[in-house]
Design a protein. Structure first.
Length: 254
C-alpha cells in the first residue's frame, strides 16, 4: 500500500510539468513532505469530467489541477462521520479489484486522474530483507521528469446540506524488483504516453483500462533510501524527512 507521500512542487511547476491548460481549481496547498490520508491533495483530471454542462467531445481535452481529499468517500455515506471513516479505509484501490469494488468501480469507469508526488514512503515488512517497519523514501531518478504520476480515481459525495465533497484514491499494484524487498505493494505509475488515454472522461471498457495499468517495467526510474522514523508521525513535516540515513545508526525521534 501507500499511506504517506510528499509533494514539494508549487502549482505553477505542476501545471507546467503536466501540461495543464485549465488552471487550478481550489486553494493553493503548501509544500508537504508527509501527506497523510484525509488531507487535501492535488489531482490532475480532464476538465470535462467535472463539467456537467459541456460534453467531453465539445469541451476537448483540457487538464485541470484540482484539490480534493485523500481517500475516496463511499457513495453510500450518510453523514460526515461515515464519510471520514470510509475515506481512511479507501486511500488505495488495487489494480486487481478496482473495477469490481463498490466504492471504486464507478469512479474507475469514468473519473480517473493522476496524483502528482515528489516521492512516497513505504515501511519494510517482515517478508523483505530490512528491519520491519523501517521507513524508506522512494522517488524518481529522472532529473528531467522528477514528479511521479500515480494512477488515481476521484469522485463526488454530496452531504445532507447539499455540499459537494471531492475525494480521490491512488491505485496500487504488486511490487516488483528492488521495491519488493521493502514492501509487497507499490503505487501504479503511469508513463507520460498514457496520460491522455487514462484521463479521457469517455467511459471505456474495463479491459482497456486494465491494460493501461499494466506497465512493462513498473519500478523503472525509481530509487529508494532509508529515512528517519520521524515520518511515522503525521504531525512531522519538512524536507528533513526525506534525508537519507545510514541503517544501524541511532535515531533521534524528536
Amino acid at each position: 500500500m501507500c499511506g504517506r507521500y510528499a509533494l514539494s512542487k508549487l502549482p505553477d511547476e505542476i501545471i507546467e510539468e503536466f501540461e495543464i491548460t485549465a488552471g487550478l481549481t481550489g486553494a493553493i496547498l503548501p509544500a508537504d513532505w508527509n501527506i497523510a490520508p484525509t488531507k487535501d491533495i492535488y489531482i490532475i483530471r480532464d476538465k470535462a469530467t467535472n463539467d456537467k454542462a459541456t460534453s467531453a467531445s465539445a469541451q476537448g481535452a483540457a487538464r485541470e489541477l484540482a484539490v480534493v481529499s485523500w481517500g475516496l468517500i463511499a457513495p453510500w455515506s450518510k453523514n460526515s462521520v461515515d464519510a471520514i471513516k470510509s475515506q481512511s479505509q479507501a486511500i488505495n484501490a488495487r489494480t486487481e479489484t478496482v473495477q469490481e469494488k463498490p466504492t471504486f468501480r464507478n469512479a474507475f469507469r469514468s473519473r480517473r486522474c493522476l496524483i502528482p508526488a515528489s516521492g512516497y514512503y513505504e515501511w519494510a515488512t517482515a517478508l523483505g530483507k530490512y528491519a520491519t517497519k523501517q521507513p524508506f523514501y522512494i522517488s524518481s531518478s529522472d532529473a528531467e521528469h522528477p514528479t511521479l504520476a500515480f494512477a488515481g480515481i476521484w469522485d463526488q459525495w454530496v452531504d445532507a446540506n447539499g455540499q459537494i465533497h471531492e475525494s480521490a484514491s491512488l491505485i496500487t499494484r504488486p511490487a516488483v524488483g528492488f521495491l519488493e524487498e521493502i514492501h509487497h505493494r507499490m503505487p501504479t505509475f503511469l508513463p507520460r504516453v498514457r496520460w491522455n488515454d487514462w484521463l479521457e472522461p469517455v467511459t471505456k471498457s474495463e479491459v482497456h483500462l486494465k491494460e493501461l495499468l499494466e506497465i512493462p517495467d513498473p519500478a523503472y526510474g525509481l530509487q529508494a533510501h532509508p529515512v528517519s522514523s520521524r515520518v511515522n508521525s503525521a504531525r512531522n513535516s519538512g524536507a528533513d524527512l526525506i534525508k537519507p540515513i545510514e541503517l544501524g545508526e541511532p535515531e533521534t525521534l524528536f
